[in-house]
Design a protein around this ligand. Structure first.
Ligand code: RUB
Length: 321
């Protein structure tokens, strides 16, 4: 479990962060763990891999890319008839997932870049490799663009974003989160990433995204979400909600100050929900879709319909009829 524990710790500490990177790191950890687990006993191998899968999924609750990736990688365990076959399946599926994830980001970048016009000013929030890939690809295509990037309190992911934009040679304005509305009239397009997309087309992303989207909506600025299909949440089909991670108070207010304020409670949700009505389109590797088509991605692309849940979890359908 050492490799898995190491990766799980890095995800927990946010040394590995961002929904796509977390998913690929989990797939890689499962692959390495499968190779390192030498047992020839099928049952022992299965339970070892399931333990590893659970440890990875338990690290952070919101990014659906994580359980989706883990599910994809270990999906062949049940059907395998020997430890060797099961091991091969985990290795193959993990490698395929990582490759397809990288490919998806490239695909999204191409589609997203076409939505960016010469002369556009784009606003992005947090640090999303999918959103940044669209912006950098448009810039590389010779479009003259500028970017506003937010700071992203309390973890300052905006610093990572401006480093990437700067290194690509893109003119960038760095603003505090609360300045978004002040600059919205200068913005042509908002592009953000996603940690999860629900069946009704709502997007869960870094805290503050919904305020950005609301300000954009008011100013008639289009909001585009760049999200690989493995960020769509199958379990929202059966009514499950996405858990919003509540992070430690110390990220917002140091303990020595908090101790002097006994009546003050810090609230520190890591993510928020942007309703479909504020989103113009979601760009996936399967093409750009209106958010209202999220169900189609979950069903046709990820292969999860209500029937799959019946089979997998033996849901009692009588209540639904
Ligand atoms: C990261 C975040 C990103 C999405 C999409 O939050 O909200 O916008 O994960 O990123 P955190 P990507 O820093 O808390 O992990 O496009 O890279 O998957």
């Amino acid at each position: 479990m050492m490799l898995v524990t190491e990766t799980a710790d890095k995800i927990k500490r946010m040394e590995i962060r961002g929904a796509g990177r977390i998913a690929r790191a989990a797939a890689q950890a499962l692959r390495d763990h499968a190779v390192a687990t030498g047992t020839r006993d099928l049952e022992a191998f299965r339970s070892e891999m399931r333990r590893a899968a659970d440890a990875l999924v338990a690290t952070r609750p919101t990014a659906v890319s994580l359980p989706n990736a883990v599910h994809i990688v270990i999906a062949g365990l049940d059907g395998a008839d020997s430890a060797e076959v099961a091991r091969e399946s985990v290795v193959r599926r993990a490698e395929e997932f990582i490759e397809s994830s990288l490919h998806a980001v490239e695909e999204i970048a191409q589609i997203g870049a076409r939505h960016i016009s010469d002369g556009d000013t784009i606003l992005t929030h947090c640090n999303s490799e999918a959103a940044l890939a669209c912006i950098v690809t448009a810039h590389k295509a010779g479009k003259d663009i500028g970017v506003f990037a937010t700071e992203v309190r309390p973890r300052n992911q905006g610093l990572v974003t401006i480093r990437t934009l700067n290194d690509a040679g893109i003119k960038t304005n760095f603003i505090v989160d609360s300045a978004v509305r002040s600059f919205m009239n200068d913005i042509d397009l908002v592009i953000v990433g996603a940690d999860a997309v629900t069946v009704n087309g709502a997007v869960i992303n870094k805290i503050g995204t919904s305020q950005v989207a609301q300000a954009a909506h008011e100013a008639r600025v289009n909001v585009v979400v760049a999200a690989e299909t493995y960020k769509f949440a199958p379990r929202t089909i059966i009514g499950e909600m996405i858990e919003i991670e509540e992070r430690p108070a110390q990220e917002v207010l140091p303990d020595d100050i908090a101790r002097t304020l006994p009546h003050v409670t810090v609230r520190n949700p890591g993510f928020d929900v942007t309703p479909a009505g504020y989103i113009d389109m979601i760009i996936t590797e399967a093409g750009a879709i209106p958010p209202q088509m999220a169900y189609v991605i979950i069903r046709e692309y990820l292969g999860w319909g209500i029937e799959e849940f019946h089979k997998t979890f033996e849901i009692n359908t009588r209540h639904m009829e």
